[in-house]
Ligand binder design. Structure first.
Ligand SMILES: Nc1ncnc2c1ncn2[C@@H]1O[C@H](COP(=O)(O)OP(=O)(O)O)[C@@H](O)[C@H]1O
Ligand SMILES: [Mg+2]
Length: 264
């Protein structure tokens, strides 16, 4: 079963009376333990798609299934609870609570779910240790570097055992070395814990740590890179830029839905 699946998802914004088709007929599926990179030029619909997957934004058309639930069939109240339990996210601005220390920021997700007990506290500490923050547990965000804050945000996105973890440009504010470290750790945790991960990045070097790369362009899936060789080739191209056309398409893509058998 897929942890996350979209079918023909479309989002049309209206701006000053004009329709803007930000996402068009996007169909994709991510399995537990699979880490997917979402790349593409600015304005191609990545953040809009991520917000739809996070149940923060309703699509204009199409279906989103997360952990087997159709998001459209949830009431507003159910959606809020579902998001809190099944979805983890980290955004470019990591949105840590400034007056809570690292440990408290991570524990917050458990507290919101009414699950902050001894076991949860120990897990929060453990995950921060794993991310190399054992000596920063009691520091406020303002007392940490950008990379450290980003790792706290990643811990917070994973602590409540969500089915799906979404990250929008998690490395945007980091230098290259730290960016690699953060994405490598993130990737390791997603694989190990069996979450379905999607990371938006404009830095193609980061795709090395992912299992599949979905390239968006003008709201549609323009290409999918799945083999190690294709992903590595893409990573060596470095930063994504608007004018470089995707070089390869490994599998048939119909309406953005990859029809090739899984595991290829
Ligand atoms: N709230 C909004 N209202 C109107 N247009 C929007 C809104 N958010 C994004 N857009 C437009 O939708 C398109 C996709 O934006 P976005 O999803 O942010 O792309 P990306 O994350 O790939 O840069 C862009 O043309 C953007 O200007
Ligand atoms: Mg964006």
């Amino acid at each position: 079963m897929f942890a996350l699946e979209t079918r023909h998802v479309t989002k049309t914004y209206t701006l000053e009376g004009q329709p803007i088709n930000a996402v068009k007929e996007v169909s994709l599926a991510v399995k537990p333990g699979e880490f997917v990179a979402l790349v593409g030029p600015s304005g191609s619909g990545k953040t809009t798609l991520l917000a739809i997957l996070a149940a923060l934004l309703a699509p204009s058309a199409g279906e989103v299934m997360i952990a087997g639930r159709d998001l459209a069939k949830l009431s507003e109240g159910q959606r809020v609870a579902f998001r809190r339990e099944q979805i983890g996210f980290t955004f470019q601005a990591n949105n840590l609570v400034p007056y809570l220390n690292a440990l408290e920021n991570v524990e917050l997700m458990l507290r919101l779910n009414g699950k902050l007990d001894k076991v949860g506290r120990a897990r929060a500490k453990d995950i921060l240790n794993r991310l190399g923050l054992s000596d920063r547990l009691h520091n406020l965000p303002g007392q940490m570097s950008g990379g450290q804050q980003q790792r706290v945000a990643i811990a917070r996105a994973l602590i409540h055992n969500p089915a799906v973890v979404l990250a929008d440009e998690p490395t945007a504010s980091l230098d290259t070395e730290r960016a690699f470290q953060v994405v490598e750790t993130f990737s390791g945790l997603i694989h190990e814990q069996g979450r379905a991960g999607i990371m938006v990045t404009h830095d193609l070097r980061m795709v090395n740590f992912t299992d599949r790369v979905i390239m968006m362009r003008d709201g549609v899936i323009a290409a999918v890179y799945e083999t190690r060789a294709e992903i590595d080739a893409l990573a060596t191209r470095g930063h994504a830029d608007e004018h470089s056309a995707p070089a390869v398409r490994s599998q048939p893509v119909v309406g953005g839905l990859n029809l090739a058998p899984a595991g290829m």
